[in-house]
Write a protein that binds this ligand. Sequence first.
Ligand code: CTP
Ligand code: MG
Length: 228
Amino acid sequence: LSDKILALIPAAGSGTRYSKIKNKLFEKIKKIPVIIRSLITVSSVSLINEIIICAAPEIISHIENLIFEYKIKKVKKIVSGGKTRQESVFNGLLYIKGIGGCDFVVVHDGARPLVTTEILQKAIITAKDKGSCVIGMPVKDTIKKINPKTGMIIETPERNLLWNIQTPQVFRFKELLDAHELLQKETFTDDSALLENLGHSIFTGMGSYKNIKITSEEDLKIAEIFLD
Ligand code: CTP
Ligand code: MG
């Protein structure tokens, strides 16, 4: 029997580093909105059965209209997001629990529109084989740990060991849900961090330096160039 695999798309952020007035998810890259680019690619992956989107209540109807306009398939539900990304993902997981759960959940940021079918497929296949897969790339810069009070360097972790982590991140649904339930009161910046905290071994896979997250204004221009 084949695994039931659902995608969970956090799209409930307010994009404060991008703009105070425009929602970055609706900005167009070569005529197609950021969130729609993410959804087109996620929905093209045959291993993914259905998509759940987490969005702020005030943008749900706009996303519904875009999904209709661009004929995006597989979207099962748009749930309300939370104050943090972690809360948004948790809301999505609770919805999935309510519909009977699934085998694997593919968490992919709505704000990461240049993900490819190949990256998503590789993440899912690795997770089916090893139990989890978090996509990332080796860092290019030297990374240092800085004391925020004094501005002085604390240490320089060996660059060879450091990766920038992206999405998709694929986990067993039950494991991720349990981690979110247990660690609700603590704050983590990605889903793998919750599982690491509980001592799970998490596998990684190479993504692409082009799989950028739209965070600040210049990222939209970079994304456009990557599509040339
Ligand atoms: N996200 C979410 N719910 C939140 C915060 C973020 O679903 N409460 C989503 C964003 O919509 C985005 C992804 O998580 O798709 C990654 O977050 P990030 O790039 O930080 O986006 P924002 O939080 O919207 O931007 P900022 O941090 O600049 O405010
Ligand atoms: Mg954020």
